[in-house]
Ligand binder design. Structure first.
Ligand code: ADP
Ligand code: MG
Length: 246
């Protein structure tokens, strides 16, 4: 299992004309093993930049990012706003694609994961034959099938209709309860952040800094009820902080 430590991380992009843009300003954070953390902030505040740095997709930054725990190189996984499935492969083949070819239990494992995300009947479909929500379910199964120690998610539910997103939030929570993967979720949806996360890190407009660290689990123990008015109050509190009113 793995946590993440972020020390003095800053990031400056260089634009094609040679000018520079500071995207992140001196971040220090510690994410615990098995913790579910949401990064919440307005568009352009540096959420994706921070996620890319934490996940190793971007290595051009100042400061240090280290995984804590027994393994220096834990198994990482990603999920994005678009499913990024390979269009020429069926659902089943998309899952097989990320599995170690040596595994002998591949078919059973794929069937198991198709069942967990409610797609037992859709294994032979191609991505173009699926709804956006179904594609994201495949992406979720693909992200978890190798049992990652850390899962990075960049607005994975943002392109779904609210009803589908609501359903997938519960599916995600149920899978997280079983696997206790460390999760870093980027979202601009305050309600989603407080419903899902143990902790919400609220970021300022660029250059991004963490302006508030909200310990949701201390205030709303799990399991949470999506209808709980305290969720709405906490979500409104996040909005006021984002608006600079609190
Ligand atoms: P968010 O995910 O919160 O919407 P991003 O991390 O994508 O924000 O972007 C943060 C800031 O960095 C924005 O001002 C954005 O325009 C800038 N930025 C992001 N990627 C690049 C890039 N590759 N080159 C230059 N500027 C970038
Ligand atoms: Mg982004």
């Amino acid at each position: 299992m793995a946590g993440i430590r972020i020390d003095n991380v800053s990031k400056t992009y260089t634009l094609p004309d040679g000018s520079t843009r500071r995207a992140l300003q001196t971040l220090n954070q510690e994410i615990g093993d098995g913790e579910f953390v949401a990064l919440l902030g307005p568009s352009g505040c540096g959420k994706t930049t921070l996620l890319n740095i934490m996940s190793g997709l971007d290595t051009d930054f100042e400061g240090d990012v280290n995984f804590t725990g027994a393994q220096p190189n834990p198994v990482l996984s990603y999920m994005f706003q678009e499913s990024r499935l390979l269009p020429w492969l069926s659902v089943r083949e998309n899952l097989r694609f990320v599995l170690d070819g040596e595994r002998r239990d591949q078919d059973a494992l794929i069937n198991d994961w198709l069942g967990r995300v409610g797609l037992s009947e859709s294994g032979s479909f191609y991505p173009a034959q699926l709804s956006v929500g179904m594609r994201q379910r495949v992406a979720l199964a693909r992200a978890l099938i190798n049992e990652p120690e850390v899962l990075f998610m960049d607005e994975p539910l943002s392109s779904l209709d609210e009803l589908t997103a609501t359903q997938m939030r519960d599916e995600l929570l149920s899978l997280w309860r079983q696997h206790r993967t460390t999760v870093v979720l980027v979202t601009h949806n305050p309600m989603e952040a407080v419903y899902l996360a143990d902790r919400v890190l609220i970021m300022s407009p660029g250059p991004g800094r963490v302006i508030r660290d909200i310990d949701v689990s201390a205030r709303l123990p799990r399991p949470r009820d999506a209808e709980d008015t305290r969720l709405w109050e906490l979500s409104r509190e996040c909005v006021r902080i984002l608006q600079g009113k609190e």
